[in-house]
Design a protein around this ligand. Sequence first.
Ligand SMILES: Cc1cc2nc3c(=O)[nH]c(=O)nc-3n(C[C@H](O)[C@H](O)[C@H](O)COP(=O)(O)O)c2cc1C
Length: 362
Amino acid sequence: MIRLIDYARPFAALIDPEEAHRLAINALKVLPSLALGHDDPILGLSVFGLELSNPIGLAAGFDKNAEVADAVLRLGFGFTEVGTLTPKPQAGNPRPRLFRLPVSEGIINRLGFNNEGFAAAVDRLAERAYRGGIVGVNVGANRDSRDRAADYVAGIETFAQLASYFVVNVSSPNTPGLRDLQAASALDDLLARVIEARDRAAERAGRKALLLKISPDLSLAELDELVAVVRRRGADGLIVSNTTVTRPAMLRDAAAREQGGLSGRPLFSLSTWMLAETFRRVGHEIPLVGVGGVDSAEAAWTKILAGASLVQLYTGMIFHGFGLVGRIKAGLAERLRRSGYISVADAIGAEARAIAAEPWPT
Ligand SMILES: Cc1cc2nc3c(=O)[nH]c(=O)nc-3n(C[C@H](O)[C@H](O)[C@H](O)COP(=O)(O)O)c2cc1C
């Protein structure tokens, strides 16, 4: 079945990207329960209080409404992240708002948090909760919200029993003003409120890790300030990174002119460099999730060497199919053994200094 969906990819490339996404979700809904083999034990690790059989996860934005979490886990991902979810359902920006960049294997999106809202996702997550598996919940704020921090707090309270971990997404470029929440004083207030909500919920639902997802477009001075707030308030991890509003000089695709966040291969250098810079500031104290342009075992390996404890991907799967995760896992296990490491944990950040020393990607 995975192969069949892989074969459908060239046809998907011919249709509207949002239609192709809908088809992929529907295909996953009917994916039979495959008896997947166990992951190679060398890929196992423990982070954020979670035991993972492998470090490769599906990034937020593919399964915005928590429709296919189990199917995604059956594809071989070690974890999945649903959302971004906002309290109220919202339609997002007008179409067209999703663009393929086939030459550079990138995507530009300006979806604007189109999602069915908390209630629909709660029902779906509750219905599958008995199956287990690691399912993070990524929360955001409605576009018209008067108190954005209150929207995030509501997300923590609503999903406390259902999330394996939380992500506070303050880095989507498609909700005006959202990324301002990364600035020190706004972030301080936001983190104080969401962490208080998380701690309150811990009494009835157990303590869940709270991660902050950041933009690759921060300056290093902004990153310094952000890290200081994260340390002070005690967030458990950082996801580096969301999409970029910058456009690397190498882009040749016509759609590169579209406004929105760029993901995929053209984001790899910038997001990996930001990851290494972040690792240099937090070391092993605050675990990092590396995301941006992962489309091969080599790319995932580089994220780990740059400082990622876990790796996520989205756009790579659009261009390389559902079989990508299996290929990445096999290549990662091989690289760990070849390099003489006995586990993923040993390799984290091993080359962060060298990667951060490379010139700022343009
Ligand atoms: C179509 C699309 C929708 C996305 N939606 C979200 C979202 O709702 N929330 C979020 O935190 N990130 C979202 N992202 C960002 C991804 O989670 C990821 O951070 C980014 O795409 C870089 O990874 P990639 O190059 O592997 O795609 C979206 C990305 C794409 C391509």
